[in-house]
Structure formats: structure tokens, C-alpha cells
Design a protein around this ligand. Structure first.
Ligand code: G3I
Ligand code: 9MR
Ligand code: ZN
Length: 540
């Protein structure tokens, strides 16, 4: 399907939202046409064209906010048409369920059965014990959890980020999780998001070294299997790689968060999570942060994702903040205040920079218990970041906060993490415009971008179809597993496929829908999880 010059959110827009399409070039008089009967429901003029640095082209925007009647539509301009889209009361409900369901497809260690998985069913995988690296005789149960991405590794930091996003999504926007996915565990008692997340948390608990309380950095085979290998056919030995402070910090953070969220549903599980968090905290106390510690590095015989992170202050800060919020204990407050005085990013929600989770924990914890000065300064800092993002949105041709330099490996996570921050800022300040800007980021993800791609498999008229995702490549099913967020444009062109096809492209155009492009078109749990968080805020 050819790229269209007129781009829209290919799913659609809520009636009361600002509605904009973006087209390449000069624009002019446009029409909004109702699909059912070809009737023109609105006629307007595009705004003055602007040069979009990230895309390397001039674009024009057309505003049709005035159209509020539910229905299917497309944009027509100079005889060209856009993809069709809906104006609907709850347009993202199916998308939201699809994004959440992707975690079920990422599950490791159990059979994905046809009633839930449809054609993407497969046998149980990775059920063997893992070997503690360097201790060939020490083996442990290692099954469960979610595969990280297009590969079958399971990594503690990325798993903690993904689970945290889902738990926070539920805390901030519970209304979005009322419908069953459904999942094998659906019981009508706890919402499915908590069932899904527990699948990962139970695995994460296995990543805590029972001897020391530290968390193993990752559990993977030595090499990546070939691209068409189904999970159940990947039978190489699995290794628990050494404990790292970064992994232990975010392990403590997510377990303390889980203890709070699961308490009303399952007291015993909540207590297990809290005990695990406290034990990990003790490990951190016994292994203070040091600028000399380079963090985890792959040993010479290990080629899977490194997820290296030499700065662990942010993970410690998250752990302290979350333990304080959940327990109210002064020791964690004291630790948090000390860590807050150190210099590291406090508003990032990535797999490496996790300070934002600590800040959220402190800002949304019991205010009466907080240090007023610190609380106010973190709040002001967050709103300062949101203001900067808002200014960038105003400068960007496609209305997102991404600058040309932000189109890196996993740029769609940059996009979605920014939208998360804007939504948090909207909660903190009560400013609805931050929420509206977050929605502009969703529009980009779903097709309103220079490539006219919806970056979510199975959602939108021109969705990516060839993700670097082993099950999608190896299962013999034509359609990829649905609901997966692709990494997105990456100006670094860090794989051979991108190198071959994308030389000289503008940052936002550095993307190819090819299964060989692992640096642009892979999928991961921690690109899907901020998407769930963000879309939750626009679902009734
Ligand atoms: O942050 C810097 C930025 O400041 C700089 O301008 C830019 C220039 O290249 O680089 C940015 O760093 C990039 C970093 O991702 C950002 O998060 C690195 O170049 C880039 O190499 C790095 O890529 C990571 C990639 O692994 C390679 O290590 C991705 O974040 C990470 O998502 C990805 O993770 C892989 C796992 O290893 C294995 N499993 C699949 C997964 C997804 O592809
Ligand atoms: O498939 C791997 C993907 O999951 C990783 O994100 C990526 C970067 O670590 O590596 C991919 O594996 C490639 C390897 O690095 C180089 N040879 C080709 C592999 C893809 O089949
Ligand atoms: Zn598996």
C-alpha cells in the first residue's frame, strides 16, 4: 500500500478532541467525507505550511475539530484521500485491549492455547531450569514471565519497567481496565491487567538470588537463536547472569509498587512482594553506589542484550521512593531524601534511566508524610519538563515533542514515555492541555507521521506487518502477532537492513517495515507498556 501524503490517526478521534490531519506540502481547501454515503460533512483550509526538521519536509495541517458526529470518514485534498478513520465515542477501547493482550503473546513458559491465542498459538517454551552463570552446578527454576522482545531473553530491568507501567496505568486510570481481555486467569474479581502483570512478577521473583537478595541482571541463552525459531524450539541452556545494582534497584521498586497494588486483591502475594523488595533493599544498602562500578557487562561468551547501565542511583531512588510510599517508613524516606540530593535524571522512564518512577512515587504518596520542600521542588521540576515538552510540540510539524535527535533506537518509547510524563503532569497540575498534547503523541503512533504508518501491528489501515519478532516470523501465519508496538524510526541506522535502505533519510523517515531491521522494527514489552499507560487515559 503506497504512502499517503495526507496522514491521520488511522483508528480515529474522540468527538470532543482536537482533530488534525497533517499533509505533505502546501495544503489548501480540504474536505472531510463521510464514508457511508460520500457526503462532505466539513470543508476547511489548511493552516500555513511549516518546515518539519525531523521529517525533512514542509507540511500543512488541517483542523476539523468542529466535526463531532460519530462515523467513518476520510480527508480529501486536491483529489487525494487519507486513510479512513472513525470519530467515535470510545475509539481506543479495542486498541487498548490489543496493546494489553500483547503481553499474553509475550508469555514464556506456558502453552498459548487457541481459545486465547487464535492462530498465534504455540507450545510451552523455556521450561527448563537456568544455570547460574559461572556456577555450573547451581540450577534454579526460571520459567514464566514475558519474553523481552523479538528475542526470547528475559531481562530484569526491562521487565521491571514494563510491569511498572502496567501497574501505574491501573492505579492512574482504573476505568480503562473494566473489560476482560480475556485471559486464561480472568475471574471477574481482579482486573485482567493485574493477572497479566502477576505472570511477570512471579517470574521476576525468581530473579532474586536467594543467597544474597540481589537480582540477577538477566536470564538468557548465550546467543540469540535464528530469526525463524519458535520459542518452544529454542532449547539452548539458559543462564542467570550476575546480580547487578541496577537490576536490584528496579526489582525493589516494582515489588514495592506491586505490594501496594495487589494488597486489596491478594494479601499473601502483596506480602511476598514487599518482603522481596525489602530484601533487595538490604542488598543495596550493603552495596552502596560507586562511580567506579561500571554496572553489568556481557561476559565474552554472551551475545544477548546487555542492557548496560553504569548509573544505579536512579534505580535506588525509585526503590526508596516506592518503599516509602508503600510502607510509610522513615528509613526509606531518609534514603530517598539523600538520593534526591544526587545528580541524575529524575523525570525519565526508560529501561536505563528510571528516576521518573521514584519521582512519581514521591509525588503521589501521602503528602502529609513528605518533606514539603522536596515535594514542591520535584513537582516544579516535573512541570518544568512538561512545559519544555509542550514548547517542542508547538515547534514540531507532526505535533509531537520529538526533536530530530530523539529518533534513536526505540524512538517510539521516547514518544510514549513523553506522553506518560505529560499525563502525569496533567494530574499534578490539573492542566488539561498536557493531556491533549499526550493525545497528539498517540496520533503520531497510529499513523499521523511522515511515513503514514501505524506502528502498532494489527491496528490501523496501514499498520506495520513485518516486525523483527521471532514468533511472527516463524509461525507460518501471514499476519503478525497483533497489538505490538514497533521500535520506530532510528537515525542511528544500527542494523544492516537500515544501512542498506535508508541512507540519507531524515530522522523520522529512518524506518523500514522489514523483519531484518532489528534496530527499527523490533518490538519489546517496554515499548508496549507505556502505550498501555497512555492509551488508558483515553479509554472509557
Ligand atoms: O541515549 C543515546 C543518545 O543520547 C545518543 O544521541 C544516541 C546516538 O546513537 O544514542 C542513544 O543511545 C542509544 C540507546 O539505545 C538509547 O536507549 C544507543 O545508541 C543504542 O545502541 C541503544 O539501543 C538499545 C539496543 O538494545 C542496543 O543496545 C536499545 O535502547 C534497546 O532497546 C535494545 O534492546 C534490545 C535488547 O538488547 C535485546 N532484546 C531486544 C531489544 C530491543 O531491540
Ligand atoms: O534478533 C536480535 C534482536 O532481538 C536484538 O535486539 C538485536 C540487537 O542485540 O540483535 C538481533 O540479533 C542479530 C544480531 O545482533 C546480529 N546478527 C543478526 C541477528 C538478527 O537475526
Ligand atoms: Zn519462552
Amino acid at each position: 500500500m503506497a504512502t499517503r501524503g495526507i496522514t491521520v490517526n488511522q483508528i480515529g478521534y474522540p468527538p470532543d478532541a482536537r482533530k488534525t490531519f497533517i499533509c505533505t506540502g502546501e495544503g489548501g481547501t480540504f474536505e472531510i467525507v463521510r464514508e457511508a454515503d460520500g457526503r462532505i460533512v466539513y470543508r476547511g483550509e489548511t493552516e500555513l505550511p511549516v518546515y518539519d526538521e525531523a521529517s525533512g519536509i514542509t507540511v500543512s495541517r488541517g483542523d476539523f475539530t468542529a466535526c463531532t458526529e460519530e462515523g467513518g470518514y476520510f480527508v480529501r485534498l486536491h483529489g487525494e484521500t487519507s486513510a479512513s478513520f472513525a470519530i467515535a465515542n470510545n475509539p481506543y477501547a479495542e486498541l487498548h485491549t490489543g496493546l494489553l493482550k500483547s503481553f499474553y503473546y509475550f508469555r514464556c513458559g506456558m502453552e498459548l492455547e487457541e481459545p486465547y491465542a487464535g492462530p498465534w498459538k504455540h507450545a510451552a517454551c523455556h521450561t527448563a531450569e537456568g544455570i547460574v552463570y559461572g556456577e555450573p552446578d547451581r540450577k534454579h527454576g526460571s520459567s514464566g514471565g514475558w519474553h523481552d522482545a523479538g528475542d526470547y531473553g528475559k531481562y530484569t530491568g526491562p521487565g521491571a519497567k514494563a510491569a511498572a507501567d502496567l501497574l501505574l496505568a491501573y492505579e492512574f486510570a482504573p476505568q480503562a481496565f473494566q473489560r476482560p481481555v480475556p485471559l486464561p486467569e480472568t475471574d471477574g474479581l481482579a482486573p485482567d491487567v493485574l493477572h497479566e502483570c502477576r505472570y511477570e512478577l512471579e517470574w521476576l521473583l525468581k530473579m532474586q538470588d536467594e543467597r544474597t537478595g540481589g537480582a540477577f541482571h538477566k536470564l538468557t541463552t548465550k546467543q540469540f537463536p535464528a530469526l525463524d525459531v519458535m520459542p518452544e524450539d529454542d532449547r539452548a541452556e539458559l543462564y542467570f547472569m550476575p546480580v547487578s545494582a541496577a537490576a536490584t534497584g528496579c526489582f525493589a521498586g516494582v515489588m514495592a509498587l506491586a505490594a501496594r497494588v495487589y494488597r486489596p486483591f491478594d494479601e499473601a502475594f502483596a506480602s511476598r512482594c514487599l518482603a522481596a523488595a525489602e530484601r533487595a533493599w538490604e542488598w543495596l544498602e550493603g552495596h552502596p553506589a560507586s562511580p567506579e562500578n561500571p554496572g553489568f557487562k556481557n561476559p565474552a561468551d554472551i551475545a544477548t542484550g546487555e542492557y548496560g547501565d553504569p548509573v544505579d542511583l536512579d534505580e535506588r531512588y525509585w526503590a526508596a521512593g516506592e518503599l516509602f510510599r508503600t510502607t510509610g517508613e522513615a528509613v526509606y524516606h531518609e534514603a530517598f531524601r539523600k538520593l534526591a540530593a544526587e545528580t541524575f535524571p529524575k523525570y525519565e522512564l526508560g529501561w536505563a534511566d528510571m528516576g521518573g518512577y521514584g519521582t512519581i512515587a514521591y509525588l503521589f504518596g501521602e503528602k502529609a508524610k513528605a518533606d514539603g520542600t522536596l515535594h514542591a521542588s520535584l513537582e516544579a521540576g516535573l512541570l518544568g519538563v512538561a512545559e519544555r515538552l509542550a514548547r517542542r510540540c508547538a515547534e514540531d510539524g507532526y505535533l509531537t515533542s520529538l526533536r530530530p535527535e530523539d529518533y534513536i533506537w526505540g524512538s517510539n518509547m521516547v514518544l510514549l514515555n513523553r506522553a506518560m510524563l505529560l499525563l502525569i503532569a496533567a494530574k499534578v497540575s490539573g492542566e488539561a492541555r498536557y493531556q491533549a498534547l499526550a493525545l497528539e503523541h498517540v496520533h503520531y503512533l497510529l499513523g499521523r507521521n511522515v511515513l503514514d504508518y501505524s506502528y502498532v501491528t494489527g491496528f490501523g489501515h496501514r499498520a506495520v506487518r513485518h516486525p523483527h519478532h521471532r514468533p511472527s516470523v516463524g509461525d507460518g501465519v501471514e499476519e503478525p502477532v497483533p497489538g505490538l508496538v514497533s521500535g520506530g524510526p532510528n537515525r542511528g541506522l544500527n542494523d544492516d537492513c537500515m544501512q542498506e535502505h535508508l541512507q540519507g533519510k531524515a530522522p523520522a523517515a529512518c524506518f523500514i517495515d522489514d523483519e531484518l531491521s532489528y534496530a527499527g522494527n523490533e518490538v519489546t514489552i517496554y515499548w508496549n507498556s507505556p502505550a498501555v499507560f497512555v492509551v488508558s487515559h483515553f479509554v472509557k
